[in-house]
Ligand binder design. Structure first.
Ligand SMILES: Cc1cc2nc3c(=O)[nH]c(=O)nc-3n(C[C@H](O)[C@H](O)[C@H](O)COP(=O)(O)O)c2cc1C
Length: 325
């Protein structure tokens, strides 16, 4: 299954590993790319030096193309990360930009020979990205783990609406974790899928085992959205800790002194890296309901590609023949 996303990113299959704050390590990015997908090293939750080290690890583990992610507003000084990207550009195929205005960075990154992808959570944002010359747009619905767009559109609504108004390739994100959900995204017009939650529960991901197991154990209802009182939408694992954050938000809405310490990055690290799920929060999408095993990342990619084919051919033709897929 070759799409324009494969051509642009230089990968075999149109499956992208999303930027994963704190847990998107170089070994995982390389494993996804080795498996035929497109891995990305995350910069969220890392120092510029830590980011550089993970890029070096990815480059030493694979000769296949991989990318990096920069969540702009998550960094006090994004320029330090762009400096690393410039220095390491020979190893990097693409940069995905999220959580902020990507437009000023598009042309400078492309001048380095890099593919630029941006996140969009509305059709208007996708159009602006296309006007700015972005190479491909990732449309992320509110099912997704981590920060979602304030319009809170679902992947099912967002992806076809974006495909109707842009001509650059669209990658669907949010709620995709198996062949069925990937096939659905392709039917909506996407030419690639991006997954986050599914790749956390892999052998190579540096996330703590307790976090991976919580993803395996959780059903589709086991997430909640916090930070709405701060004007943000952050989908995380449902836990006594994140429920306490929500309670605090209800009691003192928008009170930064009360709420910011609870949602600080170190509280994310405590849960995601140290496995202290009762003392911090962990990003997680609704697709955890589809994740039943911790697998090697390459196996995640190959299983999904096998199942996409089966879904698109067998189920669709059975449905067309006798109305029962
Ligand atoms: C643990 C985790 C951390 C994430 N961190 C980032 C990030 O730093 N930058 C970003 O652009 N997206 C981030 N995301 C979003 C993913 O890149 C991806 O778009 C999303 O997970 C897709 O939805 P899914 O969770 O249903 O697979 C994160 C998601 C998760 C689950």
């Amino acid at each position: 299954m070759k799409t324009r996303v494969c051509q642009i990113l230089g990968c075999e299959y149109p499956i992208v590993e999303g930027g994963l704050a704190y847990v998107g390590n170089g070994r995982l990015a390389a494993a996804v790319s080795e498996g035929g997908g497109f891995g990305q090293v995350g910069s969220g939750g890392r120092s510029p030096e830590g980011f550089r080290q993970e890029i070096e690890i990815a480059a030493s583990c694979t000769r296949k193309p991989f990318g990096v992610n920069v969540p702009l507003s998550e960094h006090r000084s994004p320029d330090a990360y762009f400096q690393v990207i410039e220095e390491m550009a020979a190893h990097i195929r693409a940069v995905s930009l999220s959580a902020g205005n990507p437009i000023p960075y598009v042309a400078p990154l492309q001048r380095l020979g890099l593919v630029v992808m941006t996140l969009a959570s509305t059709p208007r944002q996708a159009q602006k990205a296309e006007e700015a010359g972005v190479d491909l747009v990732i449309c992320e619905g509110v099912e997704a783990g981590g920060h979602d767009g304030p319009a809170e559109l679902t992947t099912l609504s967002l992806v076809p609406a974006v495909c109707d108004v842009v001509s650059i390739p669209v990658v669907a994100a949010g709620g995709i974790a198996d062949g069925r959900t990937a096939a659905a995204a392709f039917c909506l017009g996407a030419e690639g899928v991006q997954m986050g939650t599914r790749f956390v529960a892999t052998i190579e991901c540096q996330a703590h085992g307790a976090y991976k197991q919580a993803i395996v154990d959780g059903d589709v209802t086991a997430t909640l959205v916090m930070e709405r009182s701060l004007g943000r939408v952050t989908r995380v694992l449902d836990s006594p800790y994140t429920r306490a954050v929500l309670k605090q938000e209800q009691e003192t809405p928008g009170d930064l002194n009360q709420i910011l310490p609870l949602v600080a990055g170190r509280k994310n690290a405590a849960a995601a890296l140290e496995g202290r799920l009762d003392e911090g929060w962990a990003n997680c999408g609704q697709s955890l309901g589809l994740v039943h095993e911790i697998l090697p990342a390459a196996e995640v990619v190959s299983r999904i590609m096998q199942d996409v084919g089966a879904c698109l051919s067998r189920r669709a033709s059975a449905f067309l023949q006798d109305g029962r897929a």
